[in-house]
Design a protein around this ligand. Sequence first.
Ligand SMILES: Cc1ncc(COP(=O)(O)O)c(C=O)c1O
Length: 447
Amino acid sequence: MDADTDALRNPALRRDLAVRAAVEQGLLDAEPLVCLLDTAGIRASAAALTSAFAAVTAPGTPVLHAFAVKAAPLVPVLRLLDGCGLGCEVASPGELALARAAGIPAGRTVLDSPAKTTGELREALALGIAVNADSHQELERLDALLAAAPSRSPLGLRINPQTGAGAIDALSTATATSKFGVALRDPGARAGLVRAVLDRPWLTRLHTHSGSQGLPLPLIARGVRELHALAEEINAAAGRRQIDTLDIGGGLPVNFASDEESPTFAAYAAALREAVPALFDGSYGLVTEFGRALLAKHGTVLARVEYTKTSGGRPIAVTHAGVQIATRTVYAPAAWPLRILPYDARGTPKTGAPVAQDIAGPACFAGDLLATARELPGLAPGDLIAVPDTGAYFFTAPYGYNSLPRPAVHGFTAGAAGGVRFALARPAQSAAELVAEAGGAFRDALL
Ligand SMILES: Cc1ncc(COP(=O)(O)O)c(C=O)c1O
């Protein structure tokens, strides 16, 4: 392998090449904000996930890695992951439509969501995609639908192992009072749950999603251990292996502090093997639903600094990246800190004495800040800021405040000679589209 090819294994170098190429190829000429996705990085993460589980799972065990579409609801991303052998976990009719548009086969699609309508359930059963029911009431709806029309959908039930919260309350799914799944530890709940499964021979899967950003691996693994123990209890009571598949969800946290990818999928697989050795012995097929850990590290927001000023002695760089692409960071900065990487107008990394400055977005409210008092080389109008680690739940889940348009997303591939090829994955939202989505065709409707 030559030195150039070897260097391209470094995601930070690929990002630097892409930033410079974005300037040179004029991506920022038409718009002051673009989003970049590193396709080699996405492929590498998909391969790391697949090999981490293959390394610990008994040969021949069916394993489906279903990408959580909510993390990056972009058809070209789903198609890229499909090519890596992954499926899709969808949690709304819109996400199902995206998975279908990407050509994801029914056999690699899983429908979750706590609020599926009867119509959504009917469609899923007709398509034959896997469905995880979220409640006893949803099971009753499935009873009625299956009585009306048989289905080849694998059907499961989501449980809440109630193993506890992590550092971010809003993302903790396995708390005592979480809205997700059937609570396992409430008085009488376990017996009722076992009964509900035994009464429904078609219920062959159990599901949990006990992890998320801010949770330590052993706590996530404890939720999966509860899932496995429940499946064993049900199968013993059934006198047969009624539960044949465990869907362990996603929830592997991501490191937002540096370019290091940690914890790795291999570390998570090892933590699971330690906590639940029998999980991988081939008794159960496995489904995973990772989102953030597959995409986050491979997305970068690139925005122009439009103006700089000083207020109360504090330097402020006013950029085009704000609440519309980093909603969680703006509203909950302590929970969702992002790195800011400075570049000059030519796309070269900017160096210089650090100055504490605020990095502001374009939205019209005071809190629209990506960073406060951040030590960075002094920024000037025309400079660029890159915001790495934003490939999941950031620019892929834009927020329409101030009618700020959804920015364009470009995939990029860096070649051995340092050349970068961009491929448009989502165009920027045009003013005409903004008007149309704001009821432009119904201008006189309220007169
Ligand atoms: C049921 C379910 N599966 C998978 C995921 C993906 O989680 P993550 O992106 O943390 O891997 C989520 C996230 O909300 C979820 O609710």
